[in-house]
Design a protein. Structure first.
Ligand code: NAD
Length: 425
């Protein structure tokens, strides 16, 4: 049985909603999911589209379009990031929202799934314009977010500052400070210790678990990472500190390789100083497209969607692929990787460290009691190790790959909750 329709075109292949649906349907069929629950889970619960004006620095009024999609609130408040990008669209936000439902269920935290975005090019906007756009977008969706309803977080091109503006706007409307309305905030206004590097730490944990499962040593294990942003650079640093050899780093503007291992501390400092990894003299400049198919033990796509497709999947040489990014592999490429017997740790498990630490942030804000970093890291590692174990056991028991196992586990958990709660009439 195949996850994909053989007549699929490249456009369909890289449509994230199609990619999500292909995996959902395959896993739901394997689970023998009740047809009613299938209908409930295959469409988002709520899709909000807002068109709103913002005053620009030169006095012009500009209109922006924003989305917030809540895929499910069955297991708790909806949870998911907000991205600012010129190519945000409803299908992408839908797919990302449903991946959040599955991700939260895989790591068994009490959240549903959501995602949001605003179509804009933040690189051309001033800080003031970004602030006004963020605040107006927040006020447009304010009735639908809140600590018990839907809790946004940072995603592509949004950060701690964006979360601070959202938290402040929401709090002004409520008449009191509500820190738990968003996660990924600065530490002094309700952020959590360990949140910033949590996704990279989760990637490091599941790499370690994969090696243990496959009986491979960490010492000398060669790793290529695509993307040296939040996820990629933190995973690279933590992994180098554990004894992995980071032999390749690829970025949007070019890649770097060094068969003896790149010094990640130096590369992080270099990127902070220069705003790019280009020109770093501790490695050779290497085209990014070459790095993804180069000889290594672990490949970590940690940049963006659709980087492993039908066009390059058969050339991948890594033994293990750990998806730091959301949706880096298309459903067609999944099958090629499976034929090559590549061990894939799917995004909904591999990058779940971020939302797990967000859950801890939400808990701490609601408790008004903040944990030490060692406690955050320790709890995060325990959750990810247990979830990895759950997924590989599910995969063995049902004779499916890790991605389908993760989807089956997640769908089963969400479907069970909906069944227990019943359908409100
Ligand atoms: P980021 O913006 O900090 O970093 C992304 C990096 O990838 C940038 O350095 C950029 O130059 C690079 N990049 C972009 N396109 C590239 C390409 N085609 N080839 C090589 N490099 C490329 O973003 P991030 O927070 O690190 O997120 C990366 C991915 O991880 C996204 O898919 C995001 O949705 C996912 N993710 C992030 C978190 C988190 O906590 N930050 C959590 C879960 C999932």
């Amino acid at each position: 049985m195949s996850t994909v329709n053989p007549a699929v075109t490249l456009d369909q292949e890289i449509n994230p909603w199609e990619a999500q649906s292909a995996r959902f349907e395959f896993a739901a069929r394997k689970l023998n999911l009740d047809p009613g629950l299938w209908k409930v889970l295959s469409s988002p619960a709520r899709e909000i589209i807002v068109h709103f004006p913002v005053s620009m620095d030169d006095g012009r009024i500009e209109m922006f379009t924003g989305f917030r999609v809540q895929h499910s609130i069955a297991r708790g408040p909806a949870k998911g990031g907000i991205r600012f990008s010129p190519d945000v669209n409803l299908d992408e936000v839908r797919a990302l929202a449903s991946w959040m439902t599955w991700k939260c269920a895989v790591v068994n935290i009490p959240f549903g799934g959501a995602k949001g975005g605003v179509i804009c090019d933040p690189t051309t906007m001033s800080k003031g314009e970004l602030e006004r756009m963020t605040r107006r977008y927040t006020s447009e969706i304010i009735d639908f977010i809140g600590p018990e309803k839907d809790v946004p977080a940072p995603d592509v091109n949004t950060n701690e500052q964006t979360m601070a503006w959202i938290m402040d706007t929401y709090s002004m409307h409520m008449g009191h400070t509500v820190t738990s309305v968003v996660t990924g905030k600065p530490l002094n206004i309700g952020g959590s210790r360990g949140r910033l590097e949590a996704t990279g730490r989760g990637v490091e944990v599941v790499c370690g678990e994969s090696l243990r499962y496959l009986n491979m040593p960490i010492e000398g294990c060669r790793v290529v990472i695509q993307g040296f942003g939040n996820v990629g650079s933190n995973a690279a640093r933590l992994m180098m500190e554990q004894g992995y050899k980071i032999v390749g780093i690829s970025e949007k503007d070019g890649g770097l390789s060094n068969p003896n291992g790149i010094d990640i501390h130096q590369l992080i400092a270099y990127k902070q100083r220069n705003g790019t990894t280009l020109g770093f003299n501790g490695a050779e400049a290497t085209p990014s497209e070459e790095l993804i198919v180069s000889d290594c033990d672990i490949l970590i796509p940690a940049a963006t969607e659709n980087v492993i497709t039908s066009r390059n999947a058969d050339k991948i040489k890594a033994r293990i692929v750990v998806e730091g990014a959301n949706g880096p592999t298309t459903a067609v490429a999944d099958e090629i990787l499976a034929e090559k017997r590549i061990f894939v740790v799917p995004d909904i498990l591999a990058n779940a460290g971020g939302v797990t630490a967000s859950y801890f942030e939400w808990v701490q804000d609601r408790q008004g009691y903040f944990w030490k970093e060692a406690i955050v890291n320790d709890q995060l590692e325990t959750i990810l190790r247990d979830s990895f174990e759950d997924v590989v056991r599910y995969s063995e028991a049902h004779n499916v790959n890790n991605r389908i196992a993760a989807y089956m586990l997640a769908i089963d958990r969400v479907a069970f909750t909906i069944k227990q709660r019943g359908i409100y009439a």
